[in-house]
Design a protein around this ligand. Structure first.
Ligand code: F6P
Length: 545
């Protein structure tokens, strides 16, 4: 393994550096030379039309990027992932979120055992349970029906279901209330529970490890809240279910493992909301819609596995990201959905991308001398336009962006509100155009702008965007979008030769927090506190008196 060359030492990397050094025409010239790029630089997958014509690339750039992908064996690693090989080497685990959406008759083996039957057995149990909660057959301890579902989890055990619930709100059972509690700040649980009736509230404790301090702390407080109202330990069995890989810890917490929905160590937390971790979502949208979402994931999985490089959407998106990240010094990547329902989509992608590719040693443990994952950020349009787009348009940084939009608004909107949809989408298209082509000084002058203001009103352009267009935000389309980004992140991790599936970087803070807590609560002397932190501890305790 240690003879794997660093990506930067490959001739394909050097060829891209040379290509970059030659300089590329701007987007105005690229389109003037070849208007057909508007049609040619489009990839389709499922319901997604992905237009990458507004990128600072030519056929030659794309060819060189594909050669880098071939040299770094992106597709070889992809096949190893789908085969269930232990490609998460630092944790010695297979990476098989794709098995979560495999059809019933598929065979995906981990250590010689087909995992697909177990995946479907859990999905069937979830469907049965979700159906009983939705119909009112599953009642609380006092016999009242469940009206509120509170998911307690953090990271992948929160962001996925919370994002997807928000995205698919139009498909949710509107007679049920859903809340997502993640923060160990007691305010989060307080606000979630303050107007709920314990007799009608179901807690879903979502934690792959069932050791995460935030989740265990919040779940313990939630149990105390419930028992304070209902006064009977037996109530826990009707009001708490667990989603986990750790039956022992679930049981130790006091949740009957009959009320546990299982998943497996080959599902990473940030890749898990299509596993049992999606139970709250399944209760919200119903089992059939949940399965439609899984079908959407599968469409993109199949595409990623089989589409040729030129037409492979995750590959193309991953390569474009590498182009800016490694050959243009871009530090960040914006994801800008023009959909209110995707308000949590970018936050979800932050964990997916930054926890996966925020690494500084390669798969062999050598420090990297090349840039790895970008900072991912963004919020829904049009709000961002009135906040930070100024910097994208006229600031000094290159920020590649994805613009995501839908042809139709959701059916539930009134006719009046539906008419606003064209205005929303006009903004998306206008931003893509303005970012790409800008406004020249001559165009500004032609509008009669006084000379001293011309530099201020000039837009440089050449800000690259990908436009992802789908007909409607359905469960399947959401699955397609998430799988698209999952595999894009995979492609980049493969090229950078990093393990995209571990997350050791979150451990140190966790360990230190546990050490610092007694210093805050009891004034305990914590050995090894640095002088700055020790002074902050003292200031905190002084002000708390
Ligand atoms: O932040 C680290 C992490 O392990 C994430 O990868 C994960 O999604 C989150 O914590 C929550 O972990 P768990 O589901 O085990 O509670």
């Amino acid at each position: 393994m240690s003879d794997v060359p660093e990506p930067t030492r490959r001739p394909e990397w050097a060829a891209l550096e040379q290509h970059r050094a030659q300089g590329l025409p701007g987007l105005r010239d690229l389109f003037a030379d070849d208007p057909s790029r508007a049609e040619r630089y489009v990839v389709h997958v499922g319901d997604l039309r992905i237009d990458y014509s507004k990128h600072l690339v030519t056929d030659e750039t794309l060819r060189l990027l594909r050669e880098l992908a071939a040299a770094t064996d992106v597709f070889g690693l992809r096949d190893a992932m789908f085969r269930g090989e232990r490609i998460n080497t630092t944790e010695d685990r297979a990476v098989l979120h794709t098995a979560l959406r495999a059809p019933r008759d598929a065979v995906v083996e981990v250590d010689g055992e087909n995992v697909v039957p177990a995946v479907h057995a859990v999905l069937d149990r979830m469907a049965d349970f979700a159906g009983r909660v939705r119909s009112g057959e599953w009642t609380g301890h006092t016999g009242r029906r469940i009206r509120n579902v509170v998911n307690i989890g953090i990271g992948g055990s929160d962001l996925g279901p919370a994002m997807a619930y928000e995205a698919l709100r139009a498909y949710t059972a509107r007679d049920l209330t859903f809340r997502f509690v993640s923060n160990v700040d007691g305010a989060d649980l307080h606000e979630a529970l303050r107007d709920l009736d314990p007799a009608e509230t179901l807690f879903i404790v979502a934690s792959k490890t069932f050791t995460t301090i935030e989740t265990v702390t919040n779940a313990t407080s939630a149990r105390a809240w419930l028992l304070h109202a209902l006064g009977d330990e037996k109530a826990v069995a009707r009001h708490f279910v667990a989603l986990s890989t750790n039956a022992e810890k679930v049981s130790a917490f006091g949740i009957d493992t009959a009320n546990m929905f299982e998943f497996w160590d080959w599902v990473g937390g940030r890749y898990s909301y299509d596993s049992a971790i999606g139970l709250s979502l399944m209760i919200a949208i119903g089992p059939d819609r949940f399965r439609e979402m899984l079908d959407g994931f599968r469409i993109v999985d199949d595409h990623f596995r089989t589409a040729p490089p030129e037409a492979n959407a995750p590959l193309v998106m991953g390569l474009l990201g590498v182009w800016y990240n490694n050959f243009h010094d871009a530090q960040s990547h914006a994801v800008l959905p023009y959909s209110h329902y995707l308000s949590k989509f970018t936050a979800y992608l932050q964990q997916l991308d930054m926890e996966s590719n925020g690494k500084s040693v390669d798969r062999q443990g050598r420090p990297v001398s090349w840039q790895t994952g970008p900072v991912v950020w963004g919020t829904p349009g049009t709000n961002g336009q009135h906040a930070y787009y100024q910097l994208i348009h006229q600031g000094t940084k290159l920020i590649p962006a994805d613009l995501i939009g839908f042809v139709r608004p959701i059916a539930e909107l009134s006719e009046g509100l539906k008419t606003q949809h064209d205005l929303l989408m006009a903004n998306l298209l206008a931003q893509g155009q303005a970012l790409a082509f800008g406004k020249t000084p001559d165009e500004v002058r032609a509008e009669g702008v006084p000379e001293e203001l011309v530099p201020h009103k000039t837009f440089q352009g050449n800000h690259p965007t990908t436009t992802i267009l789908a007909t409607e935000l359905t469960p399947s389309v959401l699955g397609q979008l998430v799988a698209l980004y999952e595999h894009k992140v995979f492609v980049q991790g493969a090229i950078w030769n990093i393990d995209s599936f571990d997350q050791w970087g979150v451990e140190l803070g966790k360990v230190l927090a546990e050490r610092v807590e007694p210093a805050l609560t009891e004034g305990a002397d914590v050995p090894g506190l640095d002088p700055s932190t020790a002074a902050l501890v003292a200031a905190y305790r002084e002000r708390r008196k």
